[in-house]
Write a protein that binds this ligand. Sequence first.
Ligand SMILES: *Cc1c(COP(=O)(O)O)cnc(C)c1O
Length: 377
Amino acid sequence: MVHHALQVQDRQTEARAGASGYLTIDLAALRRNYRKLSAAVAPATAGAVVKANAYGLGGEQVCKALHAQGCRDFFVAHLAEAIKLRPLLPNDTQIFVLNGLQPGAEVTCADAGIIPVLNSLEQFRRWSSAGQKLGRVLPAVLQFDTGMSRLGVPPEERSALAADLKGCASVEVLFIMSHLASADEVDNRQNAGQLLEMRKVAAEFPGVKISFANSGGVFLGDDYHGVLARPGIALYGGAPTAGRANPMEPIVRLDVAVIQTRTVPAGTRVGYGGAYMTSAEMRLATIAAGYADGLPRSLSDRGAVFYGGVRLPIVGRVSMDSITVDVTGLPEGTLSLGSLVEVLGPNQTLEDVAEAAGTISYEILTGLGHRYERQYR
Ligand SMILES: *Cc1c(COP(=O)(O)O)cnc(C)c1O
C-alpha cells in the first residue's frame, strides 16, 4: 500500500536533515490552477495575489512558477513584501501594493518600481506630489470602497478625486479596482450590490479599466471580471465558492512524523489538562506538529489525521509541538517511530481542516509553520 507521496529514500534524506514534518507544494498543479482561472476570465487576464508569502507557500517559488505560466501582475498587501519580491521577478511584471502606502513611503515605492493601490484622496495627493517632486509620471491603481468598508476611496471622496485627477499630470491610473466581500457565496445579494456600485464608480472615471474579481468573483460570471482578475486562494487549491464542488486542484500536502506510540488502558488521561480520558484501551500515536506549526489549538478533540485512508482522531489538546491521535483503527504495529501521517492530502482537504478548526482555508494556509521541510515539486 502506498501511504504517502514521499519516497522512502526522500524520507530518509529528510530525516537526516532534522525535519519531522514535510510540506510538499506542487508547482505544476499551481500552474494548472492558474491556467484554469485564466481560461475562466478570458478575454480578461488573471493576475495573482501573492500576499503573505503567497498565502504561506513561498512567494518566490510561487511567483516564478506563475510567471512561467504567463502571469505578469502580482498583488501583495504591504510595500515591504513588494520590495522583497521586486528583484526576484523579471522586468516584464508589475507588483501592486493592495494596502496602499504609509505617508513618507512614496519615494521608496516609486524608486523600487512598485505600483501602489491608492485607497484614499490623501494617498492619491501624496503620490501625485511625489511624482511632481521626482519629475516623473507615477503609475497607480485606485481602489474604491463599493460596500465592504475596509479599504478604498469612500463614496464621499469620489468626485474630489475625479476632479483632482483631471488636473494631474504626475499620476497615470492603470486601472481602478474594488474588492468583493461575499464573492464565495453565489447567492449573496451583496455581490450584485457591489457590482452596481462599481458601475457608478466606472461612470465617474470613464474609459478607465477595471479590476474586480477575487477567486470567488471569477466564478460569479463575466460581469465581475473587468480586465484583470485577482485570484488568491483558488490558485493555492482552496475552494473559491462555498457549498460547491471545488474546481481547483490541491497544491499542498502535509505529512508529519510519528514521534512516539503507546497503548494505554481505559481511564487514562491524554495531553494537557488531562482534558481527554480514554473510555477503553486505546492505541495512541504522538505526531511532531502542533499549534506552533499552524495546526490550531481549536482542533483539540475535533480534528483528525489520516494514514492509509484511515481517519485517526485527535485526542486531547493540541500542544505547541505535538498532537496525540487515536490509532486504534489501524492494525497493531502499523505505525512506528518515523511513520508519516497525512494532515493535508488526498484524504483531508484544507477546507476539512479549516472546518474542524472553526476557521477558513486562508487561515490554515497562511499559518502553516516554518518548521516543516518544504519541497517544491
Ligand atoms: C486577498 C485579496 C484578493 C484575493 O482574494 P482570494 O479570495 O484569496 O481570491 C483579491 N483582492 C484583494 C483586494 C485582496 O485583499
